[in-house]
Design a protein around this ligand. Sequence first.
Ligand code: CAA
Length: 391
Amino acid sequence: MATATATVELQGLNFNLSEEHQAVREAARDFAQNELLPGIVERDNEARFPAEQVKRMGELGFMGMMVPPEYGGGGMDTVSYVLAMEEISKIDASASVVMSVNNSLVCYGLEAFGTEDQKQTYLTRLATGESIGAFCLSEPEAGSDATSQATTADDKGDYYLVNGTKNWITNGGTSEICLVIAQTDRQKGHRGINCLIVEKGTPGFVVGKKEDKMGIRASDTHSLLFTDVKVPKENRIGDDGFGFKFAMSTLNGGRIGIAAQALGIAAGAYELSLKYSQERKAFGKQIFDHQAIQFKLAEMVTKIEAARLLVYKAARLKDEHKDYVQAAAMAKLFASDVAMWATTEAVQIHGGYGYVKEFHVERLMRDAKITQIYEGTSEIQKLVIARELIR
Ligand code: CAA
């Protein structure tokens, strides 16, 4: 864990962690240790949303980190965001997915593509953590195949009439502001899709079933149901038919957030394993002194460092307004595989203790799996990476 200024040269990127970056990392680490760790096993067991902790994340500025201060945000860069995501995810991936969706999908989407009115009305509330946002793209029959939207937004003149069902929506029950992707003109395919801002409480908008999940159990994942929901035209983001491009552009950045989450899960499991290996004795010595354990730790720290470089690179490219589509997909693909692998190794290092909840690594292992699935599966990331090779 570097405390001094770290410099990495990477494909022409001069990578510096400033004092501000390090301060953000320290603040996130302290918050995670002091406020997320207490009660985490119980929240996971009970699938209980960390409401108090998310409120605190808002107060501490973690919910709208990259939003300009005039809209209530922290005005920070993407590197700061991934540093905070990593630290928070080391402890609590349920809290970090709430943060990730709010920051990199909802806030970023509104900031980059919303009108001034939309920013004033919605972005400020989201950036301060007063309201939580949800990004509603997936459907029962449209996960990876995101252009196959069955949800419709019929153009009725000065409003849209929305009908359909969204599935696996993070923050589904707790969010007040939802970005809903829906098909307006089927003839136009993906160019006939819109993204609408829909507020909770709008007549016809109902929160459906809460999912009982393998991991990130304390996060709040629901289906959302829309029946003849009237959404004013001024709630459309961008021009008519921009909705799919909006979703894809936003997800490019979202994938950096999830890559940072995966990195944090892996690093959290590694740190616990390193500590445990120096406490546990077997065959008359610390298990760290057995080469079998040393090799596992050496491989873990190497792969985690490689993942970290990919995550920082994608974040830095975004900050420098360079093309980061492929870099984000690479970071997510690699970091999520490292998270799954490293957490499994962490359970192995902990032996029987790794299989019980109080030692945390079994939770991290369950949490890791989703990073290979949401915001584009690993297979979709490979597709994105390959397409960029010949673009
Ligand atoms: N960035 C910007 N634009 C993109 C893009 C990208 N990464 N990928 C595609 N597009 C654009 C294309 O340029 C194209 O536009 P034009 O025709 O105007 O040029 C349009 O989108 C359609 O693209 P394709 O023809 O490539 O569409 P496709 O159907 O072959 O493939 C896909 C698209 C990449 C597979 C896409 O459907 C995809 O990313 N699927 C995964 C969906 C996903 O990530 N879901 C996550 C749900 S949200 C979530 O998980 C949040 C949470 O809860 C944590």
